[in-house]
Design a protein around this ligand. Structure first.
Ligand SMILES: *Cc1c(COP(=O)(O)O)cnc(C)c1O
Length: 243
């Protein structure tokens, strides 16, 4: 925040947000979807609490963090700020079992349930605290070795065991597309939607949430059915160039 005054950064955030919302609306229109079924999550992992406050003032309410310690740090700092009405954080990154307790009760939803073991561990801890945690199953749709998540065949085989766990509620699925390849991103998002449709039959749950789309590919994700885009650089980075 040294390079600019808070006010001009807030003006940037608000103008950028309007641009993002317009792009989401255009993509929804192109695919015959209702724009109000698409949530915009601001990924705040690269900025500090004061930038989050600025983003709240610009209209953002839902934020995402990928590390439990940082989620707790932000919540602690923001608890000192009065009147941040409606602000919530989702946990979107890799979650280790020994960090689960930092997230429970702090995150609105966990996007990154990437194995049956992790689901069981969250379930056990949530139950002990009398919580029911909304979660998404992260699926490695693109099959890249660098990505975490269930393999598609694995999630189909294990979903029944996940959804019957107490202490969690499975609301949908999440994925990340390969970077820098629009066609591969589109295939990934549409495969996620197809997989979700199959999982619906297996689980008998609505699984309405499709968490996919980041700064470089969110309009494609919306065209392919995303109900929640997770945007970081395009929200916060003044150097990010809109294409
Ligand atoms: C960082 C991150 C994002 C946002 O990525 P951008 O390309 O900056 O929009 C979205 N989802 C996850 C899981 C992330 O870690």
């Amino acid at each position: 925040m040294d390079m600019h005054t808070t006010t001009s950064y807030e003006a940037f955030l608000a103008a950028r947000r309007a641009e993002i919302l317009e792009r989401i609306a255009d993509a929804a229109l192109r695919s015959g979807r209702a724009v109000d079924e698409i949530e915009l999550l601001a990924v705040s992992k690269t900025v500090g609490p004061s930038e989050v406050v600025s983003a709240w003032k610009a209209g953002y309410r839902l934020f995402g963090e990928n590390r439990p310690q940082e989620l707790v740090r932000k919540l602690t700092a923001l608890s000192e700020v009065p009147d941040l009405e409606g602000i919530t954080f989702d946990m979107i990154g890799n979650l280790q079992k020994n960090k689960i307790n930092q997230v429970l009760g702090n995150a609105r939803r966990i996007h990154s349930v990437s194995s049956l073991h992790l689901a069981q561990a969250i379930s056990k801890r949530a139950e002990a605290r009398g919580l029911v945690v909304p979660v998404l199953l992260e699926v490695n749709v693109s099959g890249e070795a660098s990505k975490s998540g269930f393999e598609p065949h694995e999630v189909l085989a294990q979903a029944e065991n996940v959804v019957k766990l107490d202490g969690i509620r499975v609301d949908g699925v999440m994925t990340m597309a390969p970077a820098g390849d629009d066609d591969a991103a589109r295939r990934t998002f549409s495969a996620l939607r197809d997989l979700r449709d199959d999982l619906r039959v297996v689980c008998g749950l609505p699984l309405d949430v499709l968490s996919c789309g980041m700064s470089d590919d969110f309009t494609i994700a919306v065209e392919e059915g995303s109900t929640l885009v997770r945007l970081g650089r395009i929200v916060f980075d003044q150097g990010y160039e809109l294409s």
